[in-house]
Design a protein around this ligand. Structure first.
Ligand code: AMP
Length: 428
């Protein structure tokens, strides 16, 4: 049996990899415009970082981590998300002693051992960002505005932005008891996971995805009614700013984060019509996280977008990310003895930044032309006896099929002009 990629993982081959590149470039461009710089961290970390930074009570840590012991017996884990790694890197490099706020973005693979299905993989990719060092509600609003701009930049127009405030630990203390009083009489109507959650962390019952739990908790007390005055003001400012800037959102009482270091704004982005895994991204404020992993008392906020799900959503919305190779010029060689000349011309084109290629399978002239056509080449240059002897090349425009002779001495400007003409003609 030939070896296959492990379950829950997959390969990205051309031409699909072009879509990934285009999407990542758009997202990076937006992050750059909003003042973010890239951070790269190792794909594995000490297991303890995620136990403390993501939280032992979460599904990610309790069920989904790829944990292994290395040859010296250390427990390491493939990163299931990036926020903890960013916070660890910040502390390790004392990055907070420089200019604040720190605005970082990242893009890369994450690993979670979950049951694979459409939109859920064991190795998947996230694009995310974190801001450390400001607790201003305007930063929360800016992060949300950037997320919306990112979706627009890749052509996603139909999305739902859900937001809530989870307050601070003291808001949640007063809320937890009221929620427990509500849940206790109906606990047997909940799914087995939620029965357990209701004992350990009743807030997590609210965001259970099971429909029986949705039904059972209808009319539950709202965390919004328990926000202290500071947290209520913070949330109001975020909502007012979004409204003023024309960002559509929906307040969602069931959107919670179970861990103590999450504070204030929490959000999720859903795309209608992409199936059960409709969340393409989520995030929120975590003012207690950096301190929880023994760093300074530094506020933070961040989010992550799932790239597989963004692509799925784009396919559903028929949005066009590039899928085809953008070959500009193909150099066709008429006879083997002119190969050297063809290589020289190819190199000249490439030196000038033109996307060019040639045949490497000793195809006949006609087959080379066919190959160039299938590859989407805009121009084909013929290099044969007449051309080499008389110092010109024959250029065939694959769009309008016109053929012209161009002197070798003026080759690059002439090719550039032709490519430019073609582009303009296609744009019209
Ligand atoms: P989270 O870190 O759990 O808030 O996830 C943020 C985003 O990452 C989600 O909204 C998904 O788009 C994506 N995501 C999370 N887990 C997976 C997975 N197993 N497979 C594919 N995408 C995922």
């Amino acid at each position: 049996m030939p070896i296959k990629a492990p379950r829950g993982t997959y390969d990205i081959l051309p031409p699909d990899s072009r879509k990934w590149q285009a999407m990542e470039q758009s997202l990076k461009r937006v992050a750059h415009i909003y003042g973010y710089e890239e951070i790269r961290t190792p794909v594995f970390e000490h297991t303890e970082l995620f136990e403390r930074g993501v939280g032992e009570g979460t599904d990610i840590v309790s069920k989904e981590m790829y944990t292994f012991f290395d040859k010296s017996g250390r427990s390491l884990t493939l990163r299931p998300e990036m926020t903890a790694s960013c916070a660890r890197a910040l502390i390790e490099h004392s990055a907070h002693t420089g200019l604040l706020p720190l605005k970082w973005f990242y893009c890369g693979p994450m690993f979670r051992y979950d049951r694979p299905q459409s939109g859920r993989y064991r190795q998947f990719h996230q694009f995310g960002a974190e801001v450390f060092g400001s607790s201003s509600p305007l930063v929360d609003a800016e992060v949300l505005m950037m997320v919306v701009r990112m979706l627009q930049s890749i052509g996603l127009t139909e999305y739902l932005l859900h937001i809530n405030s989870v307050g601070c630990p003291s808001c949640r203390d007063s809320y937890r008891q009221e929620l427990l009083d509500f849940i206790n009489p109906i606990v047997n109507d909940l799914c087995p996971d939620c029965r357990q959650r209701s004992r350990a962390n009743p807030l997590r019952v609210l965001d259970c995805k099971e429909s029986r739990c949705h039904e059972a908790i209808k009319g539950h007390p709202r965390l919004l009614d328990h926000l202290c005055s500071g947290c209520a003001r913070h949330y109001q400012r975020v909502r007012d700013t979004l409204t003023r800037q024309g960002i559509c959102f929906e307040h969602d009482d069931r959107l919670v984060r179970g861990l103590d270091y999450y504070t204030n704004t929490a959000f999720e982005i859903h795309i209608p019509g992409i199936g059960a895994q409709s969340a393409v991204g989520g995030g929120g404020r975590y003012n207690g996280l950096v301190k929880a992993i023994e760093g300074p008392d530094l506020p933070g906020i961040g989010f992550a977008l799932g790239l597989e799900r963004l692509l799925l959503a784009l396919e559903k919305q028929d949005s066009a990310l590039p899928g085809k190779r953008d070959l500009e010029v193909f150099v066709a060689v008429m006879e083997a003895e002119y190969e050297d000349e063809a290589v020289t011309i190819l190199q000249q084109l490439r030196d000038a930044g033109i996307v060019a290629d040639k045949d490497y399978l000793e195809r006949k002239a006609r087959a080379q032309l066919k190959y160039a056509d299938k590859s989407g080449a805009a121009l084909v240059l013929f290099v044969g006896a007449d051309e080499v002897k008389q110092g010109f090349v024959t250029v065939r425009n694959m769009i309008n099929k016109e053929q012209t002779a161009i002197l070798r001495t003026g080759l690059i400007p002439a090719i550039t002009r032709l490519l430019h003409h073609n582009e303009e003609a296609q744009a019209q």
